[in-house]
Design a protein around this ligand. Structure first.
Ligand code: DAH
Length: 369
């Protein structure tokens, strides 16, 4: 018979000694308490509750104990591990709550904070004025026509009856694209669009053509090398100078107010016959400064009138260049500077303000769309 088994003494297994278990729990609780972040707590969990932690290793020893000792050791280690787990869970909950509170503060959005201002732009007054002028004509049944800015010299000059030796053609006025004989210029006026409109449309023709034009002028208060014109052309049966004048009067009152007077002053343009200079009654003094040295007018130099554009009955040679039967059809044409119109209409005294692109100038005209 074998000797009775010595009762297994768990105290003999050092890891299961109550003091060791107690020490492991205390070490775990201290580490858990000291964990200042979720990351630190993760490491603490691994060290004190992971598979290789002292308490897990102690737990493994239990299996080898005799049945009589198992319950007691099992209870002790089980309680120890439960205490550590509970402390870990409590600390985890606390650290998570801390983090959530911190995130709420750190990542909060102050919806009442002033947003950075979006600067509002404004369309250029020349653009809106040109559209407005076009609309006056659209309301009378005109169409808007266009042409290229780099134009055939023939269209810009020859077809408009401007002779080859005309001074306007020389390098002094005209930007040539390429060499002087290249045959392509930057259009010096919108009048070539007259030709293009006649060649591309059925008669009768009623068109307005706004556009940019170019001349070799220096930029100063009253000149700019790039400016804008608006051209008008009406070709129909029985068109007379009276139609021209009535149309221009209508434009003038639409631009400057009812009752403003215009005047046609005999002049010369190669592409019209007869031709006239279009003058506008001075909108500042309305003619009261004429012969009245006591109240001179700076706007019209006390002449009572200011020059606005040119006009006339389309020269039959121009109509013929477009293949139009001049026995049946006649027409009128006119052209005026948009910059000048803006100066008159809004009291802009320096053209440079219009080309410099300073938004403070543009904005003064408001957010017209
Ligand atoms: N094209 C001329 C210029 O730039 C203005 C002009 C005069 C246009 C008479 C016309 C016109 O249509 O008939 O000075």
């Amino acid at each position: 018979m074998s000797a009775p088994n010595n009762p297994y003494d768990p105290v003999g297994v050092s890891a299961l000694e109550p003091a060791a278990v107690q020490a492991a729990v205390e070490a775990a609780l201290a580490a858990i308490e000291a964990a200042a972040s979720l990351d630190e707590l993760k490491e603490v969990r691994l060290a004190h509750a992971g598979d290789r932690s002292p308490l897990a290793l102690a737990n493994r020893e239990i299996g080898a104990l005799p049945p009589a000792a198992k319950a007691d050791a099992g209870k002790r280690v089980g309680e120890a591990r439960a205490a550590v787990r509970a402390a870990l869970d409590a600390r985890l909950a606390q650290l998570e709550a801390d983090r959530d509170a911190r995130v709420l503060i750190e990542e909060s959005v102050d919806v009442t904070m002033a947003a950075p201002r979006r600067e509002a732009g404004a369309r250029h007054p020349l653009t809106t004025l040109m559209e407005r002028m076009c609309e006056v004509f659209i309301a009378m049944g005109y169409e808007v026509a266009e042409g290229p800015e780099a134009e055939a010299e023939w269209m810009n000059f020859d077809a408009l009856n401007v002779p080859p030796n005309h001074p306007a053609r020389t390098m002094q006025d005209t930007f040539f694209v390429g060499s002087e004989g290249s045959g392509v210029v930057l259009r010096t006026h919108t009048s070539p669009i007259q030709l293009r409109a006649m060649l591309s449309r059925e008669l009768p023709v009623y068109v307005v053509a706004p556009g940019r034009v170019f001349r070799t002028d220096e930029l100063d208060a009253t000149h700019t090398p790039v400016f804008h014109q608006i051209e008008g052309l009406a070709i129909d049966e029985g068109i007379t100078m009276a139609d021209l004048k009535g149309t221009l009067e209508h434009l003038a009152s639409a631009m400057f107010g009812e009752g403003v007077r215009i005047r046609l002053r005999p002049s010369y343009f190669p592409f019209t016959e007869p031709s006239a200079e279009l003058d506008l009654e001075c909108f500042v003094c309305r003619g009261t400064s004429v012969g009245n040295p006591d109240s001179p007018c700076r706007t019209c130099s006390s002449e009572g009138w200011i020059e606005w554009g040119g006009c006339g009955m389309v020269n039959p040679r121009v109509l013929q260049a477009a293949g139009i039967d001049t026995d049946r059809y006649s027409g009128f044409a006119f052209g005026m500077g948009v910059e000048r119109t803006l100066m008159f209409r809004h009291g802009v005294t320096d053209m440079r303000d219009m080309v410099e692109g300073d938004v403070r100038f543009t904005r003064a005209f408001g957010l017209e769309v």
